[in-house]
Design a protein around this ligand. Sequence first.
Ligand code: AMP
Ligand code: GLY
Length: 426
Amino acid sequence: MKKMTILLVGGGGREHAMLHAIKNSSRVDKIYAAPGNAGMADMAELVDIGVMEFDRLIAFAKEKDVDLTVCSQDDPLCAGIVDAFEAAGLKIFGTKKDAAIIEGSKAFSKNLMKKYHIPTAAYEVFTDPKEAEAYLETQKMPIVLKADGLALGKGVLICQTLEEAKAGVKEIMEDKKFGSAGNELVIEEFMTGREVSALAFVDGSHYQLMTSSQDHKRAGDGDTGLNTGGMGTFSPSPFFTEEIRERCDREIFQPTVDAMKAEGREFKGVLYFGLMLTADGPRVVEYNTRFGDPETQVVLPRMKTDIIDVFEACMAGTLDQIHLEFEDNAAVCVVLASEGYPVSYKKGFPITGLDKFDNKNYFCFHAGTKFDENGQIVTNGGRVLGVTALGKDLLEARANAYQATEWISFENKYMRHDIGKAIDEV
Ligand code: AMP
Ligand code: GLY
């Protein structure tokens, strides 16, 4: 059979991990990445087109006879990249705009969960800051404020006091700290418990759960500091037991897939369930319409099944015929960031040590890097690299990952030192 040409849209650590999985497929021989990143250059041909330039991406896919385009980034998906490609007669793996709203609007996803009795934190939605403030007066603290739209994982404020919460309403709704994402505000009950990221492939009717993982969203050790895009992950989560999984299957996963279908928003692609294991059972914290970042960096290196077969089954509605398999091992990813992330940080520092990774047990996924004018790889973002290591169990994977972080040097290198610390409690 003729081997396939793939166009991967995006250029973060998640896409670098996806690229490894695509490269491992026996069915692929040529991969383009738009725009890609410096770390992806030896496995894919980089194309200088941005993820939101749909017309240019479509023209490129046609010109190069691309067999399948793959996109797993929220902005293009919510803006309708899948609809645009399909309208042009091209095959693409990802979620259509009308279903991607499950991530694009927190008000939509909260209302969906309420309507279909899917367990989540109690909440109200506001468009008027005065009404939001009045509601806060009646609530217990801490409380959680969420800007409605996409805000790079940063549009969530956890407020300990009423004063803090009122200041948060002002920041989000009046000062528009997260832009138009703050036109609507969700105020929700604060939940406590372990967080688990459960990613599933979905074909509209069926889903297949990937191995579990856990992200560390706060910037500092001990879960202190600001929320970030994610500072590190481990997989599997030992807290996501078979019993909890079965309960999630019944109460959350299948009901969500069915709810989207019932709403006429059939979901195809990767559905990310951000879960909190509360004393009252598992509840949904958030949905994403894509692979998680940096969850993908610990999930995909453990996947045995050919990813192209899975993508095609999602698109064809035949996911029930796929046997999705993961290695019986563990992975830990430690993000190397630039000091100051997520607020302000410098860029442009040369990175050394990148050649020490074997891409079998040790991976260095690039997130914010680029080539400078001399062809040297330099830092180019807040999250710079994701260092992933495998091990026979979580303890070994964690030790391996932290050892590998020492191979890399760049100025202002910053990381958390307690990724996977929760493992010690098992
Ligand atoms: P989100 O963007 O909705 O995933 O929120 C980002 C992070 O804020 C989550 O991963 C949680 O750590 C935290 N968070 C969000 N909602 C709640 C909640 N209702 N209770 C407690 N923590 C929350
Ligand atoms: N790691 C969280 C996310 O991808 O949204």
